[in-house]
Design a protein around this ligand. Structure first.
Ligand SMILES: [Zn+2]
Length: 472
């Protein structure tokens, strides 16, 4: 690993084909790329190509495939999608994809007519079926008795006996190792196979921990992972609710410490760094500090605005998405109109462009060009668009248009160029924060937060909270 990075890492998560452009241009500036297994399954060719290309450049350091095993404990609806299919094949397809028996009844709501079908769709219907990628993952991860449950009901703790856990862990490890190499594993590529890189880190399977029973299952999984995968690049994944973390901090740390692996990737559910209570934010910081003192290298899979500040306090790594805000729940949220969001680097929050503008005015900051660069941002994108001060902000970052298909619509959409500017500004801002934080001292962090709280008159309670916690 690059010595300059002090062993610290910052990974970029790719979440959709639309983000390809950003990854191609900016990906090499990160320690590596991370992709969720369900998305990898949907675009394996494109993603393999990107990973191989970055590897040939020897930068970034590598890629990680997040096995996202937790989804199989969510309500089965989350694994389904509407799929168009010939009317005659509809029932049979659902039965075969969901591994149902011939006599099992299908809910009526799972088959529907297509609204305004085109000529080609005349004999087609839509079925609410398990997505192809989740079907494939379930079959790769679980022995048949558990794989057959996927999409029908949530998997629960009692579905796992020791034999199932052992097989599950083995399968999840080999899935990650073979996701790309397996694609080239034919006689034709046999020479080539050795040069195709495996993931830089192999992640343990994981499920959300909400109670002690969940922790017991995860400890069995971690132990099994520890004994099956000896390589140092293996990491345990901890996904737990903020409430459980706060109330069971020492138990969690003891449990993690009882395992060999020093790398921990974590995801705290129900936790928004900006809006969190003092005690939740305090529990997060305490977790990072204490895990570090116990010799663990902890990486936040869904890092928020304040996370970079924790590097000098024991954090090893962070991961950020291109596509959405700074925090993410285990249960996915669907839909909504895309809005242009602006990351405010001196406030460490991401807000809609209009909201950001209101905040600048309310706080009387960024009036002149010089003020804007000092008090808000001086990245190359801002320098290109903010020529005289905050009055350039909305025309540059917030341009909107009516949808072409419905010009009378009352809803306006951000223009592609506005979305692009916001995204590049976001990625650059986070890289700048990371590069600063990974070499900063505790004192540097405390001074920086102090300085930032003097810029802002309002909306800075999260900065004051973290300031008080880090000073304790
Ligand atoms: Zn900027």
């Amino acid at each position: 690993m690059d010595m300059e990075d002090n062993g610290k890492i910052f990974f970029l998560r790719i979440g959709s084909n639309k983000e390809k452009e950003y990854v191609k241009k900016m990906g090499a500036l990160f320690s590596g790329l991370l992709v969720k297994a369900n998305y990898f399954e949907a675009s394996p060719g494109m993603l393999s190509g990107i990973f191989l290309k970055f590897d040939s450049l020897k930068s970034p350091i590598g890629y990680i495939i997040d096995p996202v095993t937790y989804v199989f404990k969510l309500a089965p609806d989350y694994l389904h999608s509407w799929q168009k299919i010939n009317k005659d094949e509809a029932e049979e397809r659902i039965r075969s994809d969901l591994k149902l028996r011939k006599n099992d009844a299908l809910p009526n709501a799972w088959i529907r007519k297509i609204q305004n079908p085109t000529k080609k769709q005349k004999n087609k219907v839509e079925i609410f079926n398990i997505s192809k990628s989740y079907r494939h993952l379930a079959d790769r991860y679980f022995p048949d008795n558990v794989a057959n449950i996927a999409g029908n009901r949530s998997i629960n703790n009692s579905d796992f006996d020791d034999a199932t856990i052992s097989s599950f862990v083995e399968r999840v490890i080999s899935y990650q190792k073979e996701a790309i190499t397996g694609r080239y594993d034919t006689s034709r590529y046999s020479d080539f196979k050795d040069v195709i890189p495996e993931p830089i880190t192999i992640l343990s399977p994981y499920f959300l921990i909400e109670n002690h029973e969940d922790l017991d299952l995860m400890q069995k999984i971690w132990r099994e992972f520890d004994s099956q995968y000896k390589d140092e690049n293996g990491a345990l994944v901890l996904q737990c609710t903020i409430g459980f973390l706060e109330n069971n901090l020492n138990l969690l740390l003891d449990t993690l410490e009882s395992n060999q692996k020093s790398k921990i990737f974590f995801w705290i559910d129900g936790f928004d760094e900006e809006k969190a209570s003092d005690s939740h934010l305090g529990a997060y910081v305490e977790f990072v500090e204490k895990a570090f003192l116990r010799g663990k290298k902890v990486t936040n899979l869904y890092s928020g605005g304040l996370t970079p500040f924790l590097f000098p306090f024991g954090l090893t790594g962070m991961v950020n998405n291109i596509g959405y805000g700074l925090q993410r729940e285990a249960e996915p949220v669907r839909g909504g109109i895309p809005t242009a969001q602006f990351y405010i680097p001196t406030l460490h929050v991401r807000e809609q462009v209009l909201t950001s503008y209101d905040l600048f005015i309310k706080n009387d900051i960024g009036k002149t060009k010089e003020n804007f660069y000092k008090e808000i941002c001086s990245c190359p994108i801002c320098r290109e668009g903010i020529k005289s001060g905050v009055k350039d902000f909305i025309p540059f970052y917030g341009s909107v248009d009516y949808p072409k298909t419905n010009p009378d619509s009352l809803k306006k959409y951000p223009t592609p160029v506005a979305l692009k500017r916001c995204t590049y500004h976001f990625i650059l801002s986070r890289l700048t924060e990371y590069k600063w934080a990974k070499n900063a001292s505790k004192q540097d962090v405390i001074e920086r937060i102090k300085e930032e709280t003097t810029i802002w008159k309002t909306n800075k309670s999260h900065l004051e909270k973290i300031q008080a916690i880090l000073k304790l």
